[in-house]
Design a binder for this molecule. Structure first.
Ligand code: VAH
Length: 315
């Protein structure tokens, strides 16, 4: 059975639904600190879990016959800068709890997301390679890079089959983003429909690596389904979907909603974004397990606006 930790988060909701579709509702136990997300209600078993409580997690793994864990609970980049020590503690201890229980219980597989936030100002900005200078400058990025090192250590030393992806900024309509620097790319679609205008907290030409959630979910499942012998990276794979700037996503929206307007008021998140790559080289993911994104900015914008209109009961 699969346990999803952080199942009510932006990735967790969609990953839980996708895993339930693939493996059967009752074979995927969803858990979170928060109460069950409305989209999950009635779709399968749900338990309240604080992943920082190792004993509670261990009991849950045994009681539910868990064989795989997807750990999605984390404090993201923008929130992390407001409380660095808490972000470090939560992001690291949650991972160490899961890795150690995976080792003790001989779990089949563990999934844990890293992020393009591991790269810092000194990493190459374009087509950032899998192996390069990595000096993260946010606590979120530092915790993700340290977590990658722990994943590789538990794999090499104890044989834990842990797999990871360095997600770009993720865009989705089913669940809200959780306090990241790339959240503007989700907010802009909601505001375009509700207000007709959006005040962007990044400057207009801030290029960032991004991905539509359906691609991110498919990448996660394809990685986890791949034959273990094909996995050559046990820290975390670079993963790429598309890259765009606020100006470009605003332009794509204006093509569909001509009256939409955007203004720019960069805040503290501008500096975080400027430390990250503009684009990512994910050729190793393509080579090892056949990764190929399907959504570009145009296709994503059509899908986001179509689904948000339904969600907001608009024509
Ligand atoms: C964040 N959405 O902004 C996350 C992600 C690459 C960005 O890690 O913190």
């Amino acid at each position: 059975k699969i346990l999803v930790i952080g199942a009510c988060g932006q990735i967790g909701v969609e990953l839980t639904l996708a895993l339930r579709k693939m493996y059967g509702d009752n074979n995927v136990v969803a858990s979170d600190l928060r109460e069950e997300h409305e989209l999950l209600r009635g779709s399968g078993p749900y338990v309240s879990l604080d992943v920082m409580n190792k004993e509670m997690l261990h009991v849950l793994v045994i009681r539910h016959n868990i064989t795989q864990v997807y750990l999605l609970a984390a404090i993201l980049s923008a929130t992390g800068e407001k409380n660095p020590l808490l972000a470090w503690h939560i992001n690291m201890q949650s991972l160490l709890n899961v890795l150690d229980i995976a080792k003790e219980e001989g779990l089949d597989k563990v999934y844990w997301p890293s992020s393009i936030a591991v790269f810092g100002p000194d990493s190459p900005k374009e087509a950032t390679p899998q192996h390069t200078v990595i000096e993260p400058t946010t606590i979120y990025g530092i915790s993700k890079f340290a977590g990658e090192r722990w994943c590789e250590y538990y794999n090499h030393r104890y044989g834990v089959d842990v797999r990871s992806l360095r997600y770009p900024g993720l865009i989705s309509y089913k669940s809200a983003p959780g306090g990241g620097t790339t959240d503007y790319a989700v907010e802009i679609y909601h505001e375009a429909l509700e207000e007709g205008t959006y005040k962007c907290f990044l400057s207009e030409s801030t290029y960032l690596p991004m991905m539509y959630m359906p691609d991110a979910i498919r990448a996660t499942i394809e990685l986890m389904e791949a034959d273990s012998a094909r996995i050559s990276v046990r820290s975390s794979y670079n993963l790429s979907g598309m890259s765009f700037s606020p100006k470009e996503i605003a332009g794509a929206i204006q093509q569909r909603l001509p009256d939409f307007t955007i203004s720019y008021e960069p805040d503290y998140r501008q500096q975080i974004a400027e430390g990250w790559p503009k684009s990512i080289d994910d050729s190793l993911a393509a080579k090892d397990w056949g990764w190929k994104p399907e959504f570009d900015l145009e296709k994503m914008t059509d899908d986001m606006l179509k689904n948000l209109k339904v969600q907001k009961n608009m024509q």
